[in-house]
Write a protein that binds this ligand. Structure first.
Ligand SMILES: *[C@@H]1O[C@H](CO)[C@@H](O)[C@H](O)[C@H]1NC(C)=O
Length: 444
């Protein structure tokens, strides 16, 4: 048997497969060790990073230590996609700043507003990786016990890929993440893409709303920054405010694979942050990992994966709902109304937007793929889509959504991407939906 060359070859190729995994797997870094390393860190050790200078480094280090100051001990951590998550006590999470969850606002429990046409089938939902009984390379469960939430480890390695803490918090390193009125969108289109570092294909509607819903078909396009998301927008100028969520490919910040994300800004993208990276969003559910990869993605010509995402403003707080493979939604958590400083999003949003956004970080980079990298004309199982797009018309428990009536905006060349919106009257079981995306390229 041992002399059998085929068997030998088999062993050899097994070994070849195993080597890169072992070599690239980082050694296990327990939470306490990680935090001790941050405490001991000084700028000279991090001079090689992208950080501007010593004050910027100190600000980053202070932020990390401040975020973890009340977190206490961590009993379980796991590695997913090469990055650590720590399961932290739900009552000790940074956004609660020492308050107990018991004093958290009343959730609009039961189900969030349903689609005007009842349940629909969009493809196979993704399960959250945290509910799949997976193990990391060290044998740790990829899940968090009840009473804890998964908190993506805020490391110096991650934040020091940016010059400053503010650059890390920003939606991307080269400007705003959008959210435009109809007039602004027209202006933007007329100025042409060269004036705008971020390019888009999306649909919007100006309407008083309390959040809304879509099912987001999940892909991992290639590029510096490419996403599919929802925006709920209020105010204007420097008082513009948003609550956002969807999936994003943003390797510098997260991964080359799409991750689940939320984002908010209270002041036209001057401040705000992703996920749990600053003290804002309060997570109450341990099934979902903000900033984490999914275990399955859509396949061209094959299975289509995706998830339901819904934001709902209820009694002053913005609640996030997600639904993957389970029949019911998880109430993931909320942005306390206080993060909006008495601004428009403490009352209601005024615009809904759904679609894709891309940017590139240097003019030497190609513009990323958007969606699946395929044009909308390719249709189901080829092009990316969002469907069952509706908004919540009232601040109420449960309730019924209203189909969105979206106006198309393309920013960038039609040779790079496009969006094809179908309104609810023609949309059948999908209600209002669109296909969007394209290959990107050198000149967009
Ligand atoms: C847009 O979508 C509609 C509905 O799916 C379809 O009939 C139409 O052919 C599409 N148009 C393009 C240009 O892809």
């Amino acid at each position: 048997m041992i002399n059998n060359p085929i068997f030998f070859l088999g062993l050899f190729s097994l070994a070849l497969q195993a080597i890169p995994q072992v070599a690239s797997a980082p050694h296990q870094v327990p939470f306490d060790q990680f935090l001790a390393t941050v405490k001991a860190a000084s700028f000279p050790q991090w001079k090689h990073s992208a950080v501007d200078n010593e004050p910027s480094f100190d600000q980053i280090k202070t932020h990390i230590l401040d975020m973890y100051s009340g977190v206490g001990s961590v009993v379980h951590s796991f590695l997913l996609d090469g990055r650590y998550a720590d399961c932290i006590d739900v009552n000790k999470q940074p956004s609660l700043a020492g308050r107990q969850l018991a004093t958290a606002p009343e959730a609009p429990l039961n189900e969030p507003p349903v689609s005007p046409r009842g349940p629909t089938e969009s493809g196979t939902p993704v399960g959250s990786p945290l509910t799949q009984k997976l193990k990391d390379p060290f044998g740790n469960d990829i899940s968090c016990p009840d009473g804890t939430i998964p908190f993506a480890r805020l490391t110096l390695e991650r934040i020091t890929t940016y010059p400053t803490l503010a650059a890390f918090f920003a939606k991307s390193t080269n400007g705003a993440g959008q959210a435009l009125s109809a007039r602004e969108a027209e202006e933007l289109e007329s100025r042409g893409p060269s004036a705008q570092p971020h390019l888009y294909a999306y649909g919007f509607q100006q309407t008083t709303n309390y959040g809304g819903h879509s099912w987001l078909n999940l892909w991992s396009p290639v590029g510096d920054f490419s996403l599919s998301q929802q925006w709920y927008v209020g105010g204007s100028g420097t008082s513009l405010q948003t609550a956002e969520g969807g999936w994003i490919v943003y390797p510098q910040h997260f991964s080359t694979q799409a991750v689940l994300f939320i984002f908010y800004t209270p002041d036209a993208y001057s401040t705000g942050c992703y996920n749990l990276e600053c003290k804002a969003f309060v997570q109450i559910n341990n099934n979902w990992y903000l900033g984490g990869t999914f275990d399955q993605y859509s396949v061209t010509g094959g299975g289509q994966r995706g998830f339901d995402l819904q934001w709902k403003l209820y009694r002053g707080n913005w609640w996030l709902y997600l639904r993957g493979a389970s029949a019911t939604y998880d109430t993931v958590g909320y942005y306390p109304g206080s993060v909006y400083n008495g601004g428009q999003l403490t009352k209601n949003a005024e615009i809904i937007e759904y679609g894709g956004e891309v940017t590139r970080f240097t003019t030497a980079d190609v513009w990323p793929q958007m969606g699946s990298g395929m044009f909308p004309s390719k249709g189901y199982a080829q092009a990316a889509f969002q469907n069952t797009i509706y908004y919540n018309p009232r601040d109420e428990n449960e309730g019924v959504g209203v189909w969105s009536d979206l106006t198309k905006v393309d920013v960038g060349s039609h040779s790079c991407w496009d969006i094809n919106i179908t309104e609810s009257a023609q949309g059948g079981g999908w209600g209002t939906f669109f296909f969007f995306g394209g290959p990107g390229g050198n000149t967009c």
